[in-house]
Design a protein around this ligand. Structure first.
Ligand SMILES: Nc1ncnc2c1ncn2[C@@H]1O[C@H](COP(=O)(O)OP(=O)(O)O)[C@@H](O)[C@H]1O
Ligand SMILES: [Mg+2]
Length: 266
């Protein structure tokens, strides 16, 4: 069976322009490779500036790698149209709440991806949006609400609904839940675990919280200054970390104490 995601030797350079001086090449990502199976959850950890967001953006197709290739279900990402890629991979951004359009209703925000990416009739689109609202724990009434009428937890649910409305195989979240207060964050993470079970979605998420990472992920990728220094199953990295940084990141307990439900993958 083909793997869901194969990352092969991807690297990323940025050119920093400094006035009239020739651009300085900054290596954001040294060539790295890893695989992800269907339904698996991958956590990416590392210090600020280590390349975590760069990996997330490349997988989501928002940035092109400088070299290397990614395969989704055996198909090269670079050979796909935006429309094809949208149906496979969706991203929940760091400032996801601000990414909601204040001018249009929740129902309209969720219908937009369906208009652009499917040939469904308006009735089918509407029905699918209602089903998606219910999957993320919102009510049919929320269809007509504007974002400002919702609590921050409900707005986050809309962001998740928008990410899953096209039934993707991978959802990426780049530190998307940092701003939420701990009890809402726990609800959102439990919602993601439920969606994963119901829809078989793979999650790739960037997080600093050892507690959340241990609770949610099957595999962990550790970044340090643009290089992948460790990659393995959550259990292996907790029990037999090879790198000091892995130990530090996974055992730091400045983390949030959140009441998560008891499906821990340790
Ligand atoms: N658009 C960009 N232009 C230039 N440099 C960038 C850009 N995006 C990221 N970088 C640089 O690449 C490195 C990795 O950044 P990033 O992937 O955002 O790290 P992280 O998410 O781990 O904090 C950093 O040194 C950052 O300054
Ligand atoms: Mg980042």
């Amino acid at each position: 069976m083909t793997k869901l995601l194969e990352v092969r030797e991807i690297s990323k350079y940025y050119v920093h322009k400094d006035g009239w001086m020739p651009g300085k090449r900054i290596c954001a990502l040294e060539p790295l490779s890893f695989d992800l199976e269907r339904g698996e959850t991958l956590a990416i950890m590392g210090e600020t500036g280590s390349g975590k967001s760069t990996i997330a953006k490349i997988i989501a197709g928002a940035e092109r790698p400088s070299s290397g290739e990614l395969f989704l279900n055996g198909q090269a990402l670079s050979a796909m149209t935006d429309q094809q890629r949208c149906r496979y991979v969706r991203m929940i951004f760091q400032d996801s709440l601000r990414s909601l359009n204040p001018q249009i209703t929740v129902g309209q925000q969720l219908t937009e991806p369906l208009i652009f990416n499917t040939d469904w009739t308006p009735e089918k689109q509407k029905q699918h949006v209602y089903e998606t609202l219910s999957k993320v724990g919102l009510l049919p009434d929320h269809y007509g609400f504007y974002p400002h009428m919702l609590s921050s937890g409900q707005q986050q649910r809309v962001c998740i609904a928008r990410a899953i409305v096209l039934e993707p195989q991978i959802v990426m979240a780049d530190e998307a839940f940092v701003a939420l207060d701990p009890s809402i964050r726990a609800q959102i993470i439990n919602l993601i675990l439920d969606l994963q079970q119901d829809m078989g979605i793979s999650f790739i998420f960037v997080s600093h919280s050892a507690e959340i990472v241990k609770h949610v992920s099957d595999k962990i990728l550790i970044m340090h200054r643009g290089s992948m220094i460790e990659f393995g199953t959550t259990q292996a990295l907790i029990n037999h970390p090879e790198e000091q940084l892995t130990k530090t990141l996974l055992h730091s307990e400045h983390n949030y104490k959140v009441p998560l439900h008891s499906t821990t993958k340790e």
